[in-house]
Design a protein around this ligand. Structure first.
Ligand SMILES: [Zn+2]
Ligand SMILES: [Zn+2]
Length: 383
């Protein structure tokens, strides 16, 4: 796009690569959408099904070919003519010939061979569900037409990486993938990010175990920010929210850094953002829980997308974390961590809610013996 024409003619909001196949130069999301809508006819991004005949006729006209030629091309290019085996052999699409020459088949064979080397002990229900996450919402239409994603709306795909504060996440970078609409504000993304730091409960509750669920970090420490292209977007929805970006901005002023700016997360829609696609940005909450955020794709909504606005932000991928089980029953996920505990086989020791209560309290809920108990939130609790 950048080639040809003087620089004044080039729309700087049409993304071009800054580093090839890695990230684009910064562009304004809303203007990018406007550029699309100006170039396309409404029928191009309409959700309505086009009739095959009219579509064929349009295509033939556009390409300047006769309808008979198109029919012939369709017959030749049809998937029915793609055969790996002889005409008289039955068709089995799962069998890839041993020495394929077609690139797609070479790739498929590689994948099949690799799969053959994996030994799967058990197939988990969660894994099945995970693969379905994305397909579940494909082409979904709302019951009430007012919830229909408007034609010409923009869909952003966003990867949110897990923070590196957990030792085991230092070597792999698991993430969740969300689809957001251009009209969403940054707080919609913030609220959709599910991180265990938000649900951590601080304190020792062996005397009052029933009170523990009321002390969730998310309710106490509400400040958070996103950082995109030199701007800190602070969550200032609540009176107790602090401007977490202030320190960094002040620090940068005394050093040789470009000036950073700030804005409110709740007042910023994705349309208002200037970003690079593929570039790592930052989400920070709970003081120092830092997540890398990467916008991987920005495009117009298509009729095969999930078109129910209520289902957005749409979770399309979530990394599965192994859960730690209760030391007693080995069935339920750990919920309490105890220390100095005469009832426990090791120190510290993890218990599920049920085993914890049965071992440490009598029927009336009185504490038995001396021990310290801390609520525990398992990273895998949201699988
Ligand atoms: Zn976090
Ligand atoms: Zn248990």
């Amino acid at each position: 796009m950048a080639a040809g024409g003087s620089s004044s003619n080039v729309n700087e909001n049409i993304p071009v690569f800054e580093y090839k196949d890695i990230n684009t130069k910064p562009f304004h999301v809303g203007s990018f959408r406007t550029a699309w809508l100006e170039k396309l006819k409404p029928i191009d991004y309409s959700y309505e099904e086009k009739y095959e005949e009219t579509e064929d006729a349009d295509f033939a006209k556009e390409m300047g070919i006769a309808p008979e030629t198109l029919d012939e091309l369709k017959a030749i290019c049809s998937v029915d003519t793609l055969r790996c085996q002889a005409e008289d052999e039955p068709l089995d699409t799962n069998v890839v010939p041993s020495d394929p020459t077609l690139q797609t088949l070479i790739q498929r064979k590689k994948k099949q061979d690799y799969k053959g080397t994996l030994r799967i002990d058990k197939i988990s229900r969660v894994d099945h569900y995970q693969d379905e996450l994305e397909s579940l919402a494909v082409g979904k239409r709302p019951e009430d037409p007012v919830d229909l994603v408007p034609e010409g709306e923009i869909i952003l795909s966003i990867n949110v990486l897990y923070p590196a504060i957990f030792e085991r996440f230092k070597y792999v970078r698991p993430h969740m993938t969300l689809q957001m609409l251009g009209s969403h504000s940054l707080v919609d993304l913030r609220d959709a990010i599910c991180c265990i730091s938000d649900l951590q409960v601080f304190g020792e509750f062996s005397n009052t175990p029933d009170m523990a669920p009321d002390f969730i970090s998310k309710d106490h420490f509400k400040s958070a920010f996103f950082y995109f292209e030199g701007v800190f977007y602070n969550d200032m929805r609540h009176p107790e929210c602090q401007d977490m970006s202030e320190t960094t901005i002040d620090w940068a002023k005394t050093r040789d850094f470009p000036t950073f700016h700030k804005a409110k997360m709740e007042d910023t829609r994705f349309y208002d953002l200037k970003v690079k696609v593929g570039y790592p940005y930052l989400f920070c909450h709970q003081g120092d829980c830092e997540h890398v955020v990467i916008i991987t794709d920005i495009r117009l909504a298509h009729k095969d997308d999930c078109l129910d606005r209520k289902l957005y932000p749409l979770l399309t991928h979530k990394h599965r974390v192994m859960t730690r089980k209760c030391a007693v029953c080995h069935v339920y996920i750990g919920r309490w961590l105890t220390t100095n505990d005469p009832f426990a086989p090791n120190d510290p020791c993890l218990f599920c809610e049920r085993c914890f209560r049965m071992l440490h309290y009598d029927k009336k809920g009185n504490k038995l013996g001396q021990f310290l108990a801390y609520p525990y939130v398992d990273p895998g609790a949201f699988n």
